[in-house]
Design a protein. Sequence first.
Length: 243
Amino acid sequence: MIRINLLPEQFRPEKKSILPYFLAVVVFVLGLILISYFYFSLYQKNLQIEVQKDKLQKEYDSPTNLRNEDGEFITLSGIVNEYRKLDRKKQELEKRVAVIQEILSDRIIWSENLFLLANLTPENVWYDRIRVTWQTFQEKVIKLDPKTGKPVLDPKTKEPQFEQKSVKKPILEITGYVISGEQGERQISPLIENTTDPEKASYFVKQFTLLRPKIEDTEFNGFSVRKFTLEYLIEAKPGVKND
């Protein structure tokens, strides 16, 4: 018996192929196989790493051929821990030494300087007062950004900008009198020369810089004397040694 489909072509049922479904199943199966392969591969590598880790840990904890002071064998872990402790102690000592050196570098040994000042003093000079005071100076310093703490750069030259800043500095103030010498003169210049000449007092000059002398003629117990006040800027420098 012959069947004739008289429906128009657009209404006729299409014959579906199983090929797309087959390909989808094949792709899915291959995907599962690849995922399983990568999973087992990573699992095996992880097992190998754990085995190697356990082996190293055993070696790390096992005794070595070295002995401590008590004659006991030392483990590698003990050596590492001892090294870390010594390294921490070394860092702490380095910090302490740095702090001590910083303190000593700016320290004024007053006993030595007063002894040196006495040797530099002419016979016709005596002192009424020696003290340390503070004075304010205007210095040109690099301008810093208050937020970042970095230098402020000039937008045109890209060089650091400067500003005037008030800085307090220590001053060695020496007050005394000069009487007439062998030649009948009351001169303060020999004392000034002795305390400012690097050849005569290099140790003193490295630490003290004469600012300005104040001199006036006056009387002391009925004798004509010359009163003076010498101000030295204290500039302790690291590594200063007595020559």
